[in-house]
Design a protein around this ligand. Structure first.
Ligand code: JS2
Length: 280
């Protein structure tokens, strides 16, 4: 009996020791894996956002407080960390936008749709107008992906819901909220750069169509100029979708549309002596 009991106790001790060694091994592998792969996705995202924020402030608002970028990160993550990535509404970012809210001055807002590259080239080179991505938050978040998970403090930068997978995902809600706010803050003459090389330069389901165009209200906004960027002169401002845009707009706004060759805008951008007003 004693022999059998001793043998059973030795077996239990061996199993416990094996389990303990496996747990220690798993912890060590986890640490090695993480150190080999550098920072976690959360740390990479934080580093990207903080450095973009600091660079933006150095270039655009040198005297600003050093704490702004930390406030940006804290209020940004509060909107989606620990939440179902398909249950983050635009309002989740309210605290972020209350803390960080710089918008273009009157007569300087440039909206865009399917013309991101040339719009940003124009605003970054000519400095006459500003897109959402030329504001602090738009600049910092441009091109990034982020989401959280229910009851977890992890932050993911991949495997997040796609733009159309669910409408209340963290990225889409951020851009919907920020687009709505820049439109509501727009004053004076507004401009939008649309793509004349596609059948429907104005798409009512785009962010510009769904959110921004509807929020341009007279008298805060005086009017909207459409810059219809084309590769060749085949498109006209009589395009059906542009008639639809005029129906969507506040009817008190003035409206104008101009077909402009992309080459003309690019030439204007590359000529530092060419004033903005000559680009179209
Ligand atoms: C920027 C992103 C990202 O007027 C512009 C901007 O204010 C923008 O926020 O919304 C308008 C462009 O959106 P729209 O009309 O849907 O045109 P598009 O060419 O199809 O651009 C789609 C992207 C809009 C929202 N968005 N904006 N930077 O990183 C970004 N990611 C997304 N999804």
């Amino acid at each position: 009996m004693d022999t059998r009991k001793r043998r059973r106790n030795r077996l239990i001790a061996a199993v416990c020791l094996t389990l303990l060694l496996l747990i220690i091994l798993a912890i060590c592998l986890g640490i090695i894996f993480r150190s080999e792969n550098g920072a976690s996705s959360s740390e990479v995202l934080k580093t990207t956002i903080i450095s973009r924020c600091e660079t933006y402030l150095q270039n655009n608002d040198p005297g600003s407080s050093e704490s702004i970028c930390n406030t940006l990160w804290m209020t940004f993550t509060k909107a989606f960390v620990g939440q179902d990535p398909c249950a983050v509404p635009p309002e989740a970012y309210n605290q972020l936008f209350q803390a960080i809210n710089n918008y273009p001055s009157c007569n300087r807002t440039l909206f865009w749709s399917k013309t991101k590259a040339i719009s940003h080239k124009y605003t970054q080179e000519k400095k006459c107008l500003e897109t959402l991505e030329d504001t602090l938050l738009g600049n910092v978040m441009d091109g990034l992906t982020w989401c959280g998970k229910n009851n977890s403090n992890e932050i993911f930068t991949s495997g997040c819901p796609a733009w159309t997978e669910c409408t209340m995902n963290p990225v889409r809600s951020f851009w919907d909220r920020s687009s709505g706010l820049i439109a509501e803050q727009t004053c004076g003459a507004a401009t939008v750069m649309l793509n004349g090389s596609i059948p429907t330069p104005f798409d009512p389901n785009s962010t510009f169509g769904r959110i921004e165009a509807k929020r341009l209200k007279y008298p805060l906004v005086s009017g909207l100029t459409v810059v219809l960027v084309t590769q060749t002169n085949v498109t006209s401002c009589e395009n059906d979708s542009l008639q639809n845009l005029q129906r969507v707009l506040d009817q008190s706004l003035t409206y104008s549309c101009k077909v402009v060759l992309q080459s003309q805008i690019l030439d204007c951008i590359s000529d530092p002596h060419m004033p903005c007003g000559k680009c179209w």
